[in-house]
Write a protein that binds this ligand. Structure first.
Ligand code: DC
Length: 216
């Protein structure tokens, strides 16, 4: 049997990469891994046990003992967990501790799927640098803030659009300037700007970009 096909999708928060990745995976019959959820799981574990998100030893231990039964826990999606995850994601030791899980998923997708779609910040650059398909999904900060704001409001979380924008920009800076695996497009990534694209259009553009590389 041939090796599973890996699609690496990177980009900043709220650029639309999660929706796109899920949709591509469903279309192609591939397994999907939201790697941000791994950092969020570590953050949630620390918050639940009262440890500081800057505590490297506690964070590495949590990363080595991921409680994947909490993948669908709504607490993972809160701003509090997101903020702690962003701090944790800057710790090289934690990133290192999560590499194996991600590569194992890509090499052996659950359900013996013929491929895997992984989304995150460093999939095309660090986790799966040999992935045959790499997309780097972006959108303008105001467009991303608007989407994130609407999501938060729908979930009943209090926020203003200005706060969401400031928070996104602070996280972008942290993700792009950290020493370990900073957010940046892989050299061979296809850039996809979703600022003015509805999800159906973004999906069509992504499919067109990958269709020459794998059977779609
Ligand atoms: O995409 P997200 O908001 O769920 O990610 C949570 C945090 O984890 C965010 O600050 C970026 C970071 N992250 C990362 O550094 N590398 C990844 N592959 C995925 C997420």
């Amino acid at each position: 049997m041939s090796a599973p096909v890996v699609i690496a999708i990177d980009g900043p928060a709220a650029a639309g990469k999660g929706t796109l990745a899920r949709r591509l995976a469903a279309h192609l019959g591939y397994a999907y891994l939201d790697t941000g959820a791994l950092y969020r799981l570590v953050a949630l574990q620390l918050l639940l046990t009262g440890a500081d998100p800057g505590d490297v030893t506690a964070a590495v231990t949590a990363a080595q003992n991921l409680d994947t039964s909490r993948f669908d826990d709504p607490q993972l999606r809160t701003d509090r967990v997101g903020a702690a995850a962003s701090r944790i994601a800057a710790l090289g030791e934690v990133r290192q501790a999560l590499v194996g899980f991600q590569r194992q998923f890509a090499a052996h997708p659950p359900g013996k799927a013929p491929g895997a779609v992984l989304d995150g910040r460093d999939i095309g650059t660090v986790i799966c640098p040999d992935a045959p398909v790499k997309l780097f999904v972006t959108a303008s900060p105001p467009a991303r803030a608007r989407r994130r704001y609407l999501e938060l409001i729908e979930r009943g979380e209090a926020a203003t659009e200005a706060e969401v924008l400031a928070d996104l920009q602070a996280r972008d800076t942290r993700d792009q300037t950290r020493a370990s695996a900073p957010l940046r497009p892989a050299q061979d990534a296809h850039l996809l700007d979703t600022t003015n694209l509805a999800i159906d259009d973004a999906f069509a553009v992504a499919l067109a970009a990958i269709s020459g590389k794998i059977a779609t």
